[in-house]
Ligand binder design. Sequence first.
Ligand SMILES: Nc1ncnc2c1ncn2[C@@H]1O[C@H](COP(=O)(O)OP(=O)(O)OP(=O)(O)O)[C@@H](O)[C@H]1O
Ligand SMILES: [Mg+2]
Length: 267
Amino acid sequence: MIVAQNIKKAIGDNVLLNDINLTLMPGSITAIIGPSGASKTMLLRCLSLVDLPTGGELAINGSSFSFPKDKPNTALIWPQLTVVFQQLFLWPHLTLFENVAVPLRMAGRKDADARARSMLERVGLEAVADHYPNQSSGGERQRAALARSVALEPRYLFLDEITSNLDVESASGVLQIIKSLKSDGLAIAIVTHSLHFIATAADSIVFMDHGRIVESGGACILRDAQTPRLQRFLSDSSMRCSMPIYMTRQLNGYVRITNSCMRRLFI
Ligand SMILES: Nc1ncnc2c1ncn2[C@@H]1O[C@H](COP(=O)(O)OP(=O)(O)OP(=O)(O)O)[C@@H](O)[C@H]1O
Ligand SMILES: [Mg+2]
């Protein structure tokens, strides 16, 4: 379990995160939504200790850190925690198979190659396992990055807009894999604009703006937002535009998505 209490991140006079309280439970998906610049990425960076918070407390697997006093030993934490950022970093000179196998070999796993193969199978990449990243589609690269991120069996998986460059079908495939990882018991935090995924898969939703959590709760907050800011965000065109096309097909003949259409989807 990860518990964040009053987490703050300031760079100079710029307060990027303030008063963040959040719990990530094993076997759960927490969706983080909010406008550009709300500090969603910074939240994942601080929860994963890629960036250190400048205030507050963070407990990861029972180890508690108080900031700015503590300097956590990330060598102990990171094997249990993986972050996949939007700009995924596959090694360009290695095949997809090697991209997954090399970290396993480096970790001394005797079953490294067999495990890499089975992870690639799990994400449907067995046929292209010997392709290099530049011979692979965006969706294939994204699935390879996901396979690599979970190959070492982390307990926590943080995903930052990993489907935003994918077509609807590829994104849906990746999101299905994420759902299956939840049933493996991982605690998953995902920044995404896929309302369909959030509505069907997220156990909790956190809406951020200006570095703060403005509203949080279950999927019900999408149809019954309590704060004017979340209400406005949900009716904002950018959120509607990023709704998967297959949802529009469910609207029986509606081509344009209107606010009322969107609201009906969640009733
Ligand atoms: N290293 C940094 N130094 C100073 N400011 C930063 C740094 N990293 C991010 N910021 C600022 O923090 C704010 C939040 O950035 P962040 O990338 O977390 O937003 P976001 O919610 O993920 O946005 P998007 O949806 O566009 O990815 C932005 O105003 C950004 O300019
Ligand atoms: Mg971001």
